[in-house]
Design a protein around this ligand. Sequence first.
Ligand SMILES: Nc1ncnc2c1ncn2[C@@H]1O[C@H](COP(=O)(O)OP(=O)(O)OP(=O)(O)O)[C@@H](O)[C@H]1O
Ligand SMILES: [Mg+2]
Length: 236
Amino acid sequence: MSLIKVTDLSLAYDTGRAVTELNFEVNDGDYLCIVGENGSGKSTLIKGLLGLKKPQGGTIEFSDGLKQTEIGYLPQHSSIQKDFPASVWEVVISGTQNADIGYRPWYTQSQKATAQSWMEVLGIEDMAKKGYGELSGGQQQRVLLARALCATKRLLLLDEPVAGLDPLVTQDMYAILRTLNHEKGLSIVMISHDIQSAVQEASHILHLHNTMLFFGSTAHYVSCSVGRRYLGGEQQ
Ligand SMILES: Nc1ncnc2c1ncn2[C@@H]1O[C@H](COP(=O)(O)OP(=O)(O)OP(=O)(O)O)[C@@H](O)[C@H]1O
Ligand SMILES: [Mg+2]
């Protein structure tokens, strides 16, 4: 079943159009990688999917049962997040507020249990009391992933989750995402500049260049001209 269906979508800023004429679907269990050069509209599209940016044209439809507020989101890294003055526990559990109806100044037992269990899955439960700003980049990304997981049971949107991570930590992150996709049945939409890993990990590829250069299965992408060119000919 289709979780998200995007039809003729355009998103724009005052300064001009960011992305136009997008047509694609995300189905239950998909692992979609969004690739493309800097400034090609990837983060803007994610903001559109989250409802943070209104379409200038076209539509974004969600399947029944999936609310926009029940999507787990890991934003593109910024220096502000790196010094965020909160403990690991506070950052992770704040993800549960997303799925809740309205804001409450306390957390329920079930929200606490959700945060605790995702921290255990990601192996960060021992860091609960540490300041988020004291962690390494790889640890911070795990914390942000745990936060995103607290917000959803079905769909994760990840904006460059491995940017700036060393190769080993990057492989750990991919292994975690693979498990979440294969074993926990979560659908994943991930922006990445790591094209080689994208074609290894993802089931589908969306290649943007302010418009859509390609959308389809990874197997099709690696054999089509757009994909072969972007992959530097290595998969020919
Ligand atoms: N807040 C904004 N106001 C005006 N223009 C913006 C804004 N955010 C992005 N843009 C412009 O929209 C276009 C797409 O930006 P976007 O951030 O979506 O690109 P991206 O593909 O995520 O790039 P990167 O790989 O560098 O993260 C760019 O031309 C950018 O300058
Ligand atoms: Mg971006």
